[in-house]
Structures are given as structure tokens and as C-alpha cells.
Design a protein around this ligand. Sequence first.
Ligand code: MOS
Length: 750
Amino acid sequence: MLNETKVVGLPLARIDGPSKVSGKARYAAEHFATDMLFGCVLPATIATGRITDIDVSEAERFPGVVKVYTYKNRPTVAKRESKWKDEVALPGYTMRPLEDDHVQFDGQPIAFVVAENFEAARDAAELIRVRYAAYDPHTDLLQEQANSYEPPVPRMKEFMPPKPRGDAEGAFAQAPHKIAFEYYMEGEHHNPMELFGSTVLWEKDGRLTIHDKTQGPQNSHDYVCNVFGLKPENVVVQNKFVGGAFGQGLRPKYQLFLAVMASLDLRRSVKAEMSRREMFYLTWRPVCLQKVSLATDAEGNLQSIMHHALGGTSRYEDYQENVANWSGMAYKCDNVKISYEIAKLDRSTPGDMRAPGAASGVTALETAMDELAYEVGIDPLELRIRNFIHVDQNQDKELTSKALHACYREAAESFGWANRRHEPRSMRDGNDLVGWGMATGFWEAQLSEAEAKVSLSSDGKVVVSAAASDIGTGTYTILNQVAAEAFGVSPQAVTVRIGDSSLPKTSVEGGSWTAASSGSAVQVAARAVVATLLKHARSMPNSPLADASEDQVEIAEGRLVMQANHQVGVAFADIMEAAGVSEVEEHGKVAPDPATMKKFSAYTHSAVFVEVKVDEELLIPRVTRVVTAVAAGRILNPKTARSQILGGVVMGVGMALHEEGMVDHRTGRVMNHNLAEYHVPAHADIEDVEVIFVKEDDDKVSPIGVKGLGEIGIVGVAAAVSNAIFHATGKRIRHFPMTIDKLLGEPDRH
Ligand code: MOS
């Protein structure tokens, strides 16, 4: 661990901020080349069936059109499935754009028009005549639950339910207090500001430089090389700036395939960008149906937890996430049964979306906990505290740390929870019913394999390089801080180079693991630079550091010095001069430690408190206050950290009240594929949000003590809103989003 903090821990503004707000930062589809071509996709208009006829002759004659690709003339690409599997691919058959005449989801690309300008490509696509033989669509999860199944090939073994413990059914039957309800969540769609786009710059010697909207430039790089049989050294993928990404950018998207395909075929630079509408067809958090049963003894101690989750997937891949396992680790309980199934739908494969699994699963669990608190007749926060657990019962492991008590205490204090009246409809403000609700949040704290390169030059300039991504999270800034800290230099002296597949190996940016992993790799590399400097210093004539060891020295004010006495040391410029070098550069690498992983589980935790005001007659809910306290280990930068949590809270409010993917189950088609009809929170929907980071020292979770923050912010928010709405109105809505029609109407089907 870092011991002192001079730069780490400061609320530095994002170093990429000025270039983004001034428009200088170029996103994937904002790169250009002379004589570049532009592609546009024609999406299918059925959810399932076959293309019986596709006539592109008129489109081909359209002025400016260079070529129209369909399954009939798609260039030859890799056949073996292994070549299509990206770093985070799913069990199943990876989607291969324009492969054949099958249509498996509404909006599937069935043609790709390439033209001298985008408008020509777009207009020509409209001239393609398609005939289909459409089959009956099956897109309603409630209908398809009859065909649900346990995933035969686990995506990750951690996603599979833990073995049942105790006798959950027996304990439930005998318990004095119990609840059992179903919770239904509509699918949600990803709406980052930046659309999926790829600019492929074709160079005469056959090299490609690709600007891709991705969370992992090396993942896109390897996918392109495997699918098209290209030499790794001839392809570079960059994502230096990413306009927001919440999980769907983990896997390569079809516009990358199509743009590279056309570029190689036409030997020209090609750009392709999805429309907002295409984003809706392709990117979504799966619809899910959950049943949660909870029971306690007379005092509110949990005796039984049962959680069954059902999620939607596509025909061609088994999308899986950890929805229900949280219920086995959240609270102390010896009788637990968890199950997880998926059901095939005629939809595109769902994908990871901020806290995949937890965002939906913890919403169900934490709404059920509130229902249980009312059943037992105790305060909802008290119920959680009464059932607090210090170990991970699912895996029978210790926890690296769990400062959740502090989260409860500090958030409740700031929120004023002690002034809450327990009875629903007991608090008001003029015409508004006031409701206070709370929930706990859980997410994983993971370390992924990561490498970094750090160089220190004799003039005190530092360069950090890694293939990591900054997807809006602050990666540029925190890696800078870790390096600045290590060398005792100012952040201005540090340059961070990320977002390039040719840089040191890094996993995709996801799972909230980047700060912990790449941050640690930078620290390891920086320590290696110090070690090399020491080696040089020791061999200098009359060196004051001749007998020093690595763990006795550090860098301060431009000198390599003894930690115990900064008077003793040598300027690193002098060390480099004596060694005949102008800079020292070293690699660092981190990976999870198997011994630690065997013994410990690691999670981030949060406590979310929400106030809603609901107009008594119109039943319009407003979230007027949110206080969330987060325990995520060490906070490298409280400003970027807070921004991550704020973003998560906003998405949580969207999950609670607004975001609802609508499908017409008669046709299987996505109905609200635009931001006019698919609502996300606007500024007017978000009022006071307070973020608290509680102190949590954790020397096991990662070498720099960081747990990660990208996802925990959303978890628990929708449940806290739901619980606040119940407290305000006395109505329990178990169907998300909790739109006004559900508040006005009779209790709905769930
Ligand atoms: Mo995240 S949903 O792993 O980007």
C-alpha cells in the first residue's frame, strides 16, 4: 500500500475534461481520412424468420454508392466459432453479421451500404427491397418462462447459484413472519452519449488503424485479427476517448466487423456508426422475473431466504449474470436456496449494463427486505442491522473488509432517518405524500490482470502507458495520481497514455476493476523504476545509497533518498547521468493472488436512503433526496469517485421510474427505440444527491487498497425508491419501472 498521500486522495479535476468539453477530444466516429467511405446498416423489420428476397439493384445505382453488402456477397471470413469468441464472449454462437438469410431479432443488420458520403449510404439503404418469411415471434418472458432452463454452460462459475444450505423450505414453512413476492423488471437499453462507431483507416501497406467505441481496445484488436485473419502487428485499435460506456462496449459490435470488412474489401478507409435506433435493437439489460421469499423468527432474524431469478436471452447465445446469488451473501441466514434460469427470446443477446445482475437482483431482494420489515413490524434499517453478517456464507470465506455498518450509520445520520415515522402515508408536505426508503447495495471488488509501463526521465517527466480505457470513469486522472504520488512529482509532470491496443496488456474496462488493477500495475511499475534507479545509484562512486535496500528508499523532490532521512540521497538526474541514460522505464504487472482469493471474498457495499414526494391526487413520484454512503476501500480521487456514484444513482432513478424497453409481442418489434419514447432521467428528475465515502482500509483487496466504484452506485437505488414510494403511498409496486399508471392503477399482474 501507499503510505503517504500527497497527490492520491486529492479531488483533482479530470485531466481529459478540458479536451472533452471544448470538443477537441475525438470519439471513434470523429476521425477522418481523405477519400474515406461511409457505411450505413439496413436493420431487419421482423423479429424472426428468413429473408426470401433482397433486391439491392436500386440502392447500388444510387449516386455515390460504392457497394452494397448482404449475406449473398459478404466476403469470406473466419468460419470456426473460436475465431469469433472475444475476451468476454458468451456460451453459444456468436452473431456473425450478414452471415445468411436468417433473422433472429428485430433490427438485425441485413445489409450494409457503403458510399462516398453518409447521406448517400443512408438514403440508398432505404431503396433496398426485402421480402421475408416471418415466423411467430416469442419475445415475452412471461410467456417463455415455460421454456426456461439452467444455463448448461456457465458463463462464469461465480454466476451459478451456490449450493443450497440448510432447509430453506422447511424453515420458511415454520417461521412466524414471512413474505413471498414476484418482482418483474422490464428490459433497459444502453444510452451512452457516444454511439457505437468505428473508423477504419486503411493504409497502403495493408495496415489498419481503427478508432473504435469500445471498453477494450485489445479485445477489439484480437477480434478483428481473428475474424479477418490479419497479422496482429498490422492492426492498431484506439479508444482514447470514450463517450460513456456501461458494459455494452465490452464486446465488439457489428459496426466494427462491417467497417473492417468493407475496408479490406474496397481497400479504402471506412467509417460506420450505429444510429440511436440501432442501439436500441442491439444493446439491452435483460428483462427479468424474480421470486423472493423471506422469513424471520419473532425478533426479525432471518430464518429462510429463497430467490429464483429468470432472465431473457437470445436464440443464439446464453447471456448470464449473477442476479440472485447476492441474496445468499447479503445477510446472515442458514437456510438459503437460490436458483437461476434463462429463457430464449427472439431478441438480440442482452449484455452487461452497469452492475449486471446486481442492479436487478438486489432491487428484488431489497424491496423484499422492506416488505419483510413491515411484516415483522420493525424499522427497515434495523432489520438489516439485525441480520448483518461478517463473512461470505455463499462461498464460506472471510471478507477482505466490510465497512457497511459505517455506511448505514453515516448515511442515516446525514439523511435524518431517526425522524422517520414507520407507518405508510404518515408523512406529508402540503399536497405531497412524503416517503423515506432505504436499501443496501452490493457489488464485487475484483482485481483483473493488468500491465503498465512507467518511465521517469532525468528532467522529472513521467509517462504511464497501458491499454486501459477511460470510459468516462476517470482512468486518465487516477493513473496520473498514482504515478505522481510514486515519484513525488506534480500531476502536470505526468502523461498518461491509454486507449491503444499496442500498449501493455490490460483487460477490458469493466467489472469496476480498472482503478484497482491498472492503478496497482502503475504502482508496481513505478516501484520497479525506483529499484532500477537504486541499482544505478549504488554503483556510483562514494554513493550515499551504497548500502540502501529497495524498501528503504523513496523519491522525494527529485532525489532518490532514504525514507528515514531525506538528507541522504542523490538527485535522480545525477543517477541517470552517471548511468548514461536519459530515462528509466519499467514494466509492472498485477494479477489476483490465488492464496488470498482462496480465503477471502471481496465486495463493495453501500447504503442508499431516498426521499420521494408523491402528489396525492396525481401520484406523480419525484425523488427529492438521495443520500448514499459507499464503502469501496481507498478512494484515489474523491471527485471522480463521486461522479461515478452520482452517475450510478441517476441510472438507478431511471431504473426505478423511467427506463422501460417496450416490445410489441405480436410482432416482436422494439417500439420505443428513441430518446423521446424511452425515458431516462432528465435534470428535472434529479434533485439533491449526497455521496459519502466511508473510511475503509483494506490491504488484501488490491495492492493499492482500491475496490472500484463504477457499478456500486446504481445498486440498491431502485429498491430504495420503491421502498420510499411504498412508505409515501402505502402502495407496493413490484413491476419496474414504477410509472404513474402503475401507481394510479389496481395492483398490477405482479
Ligand atoms: Mo461493466 S457492466 O462490466 O462495463
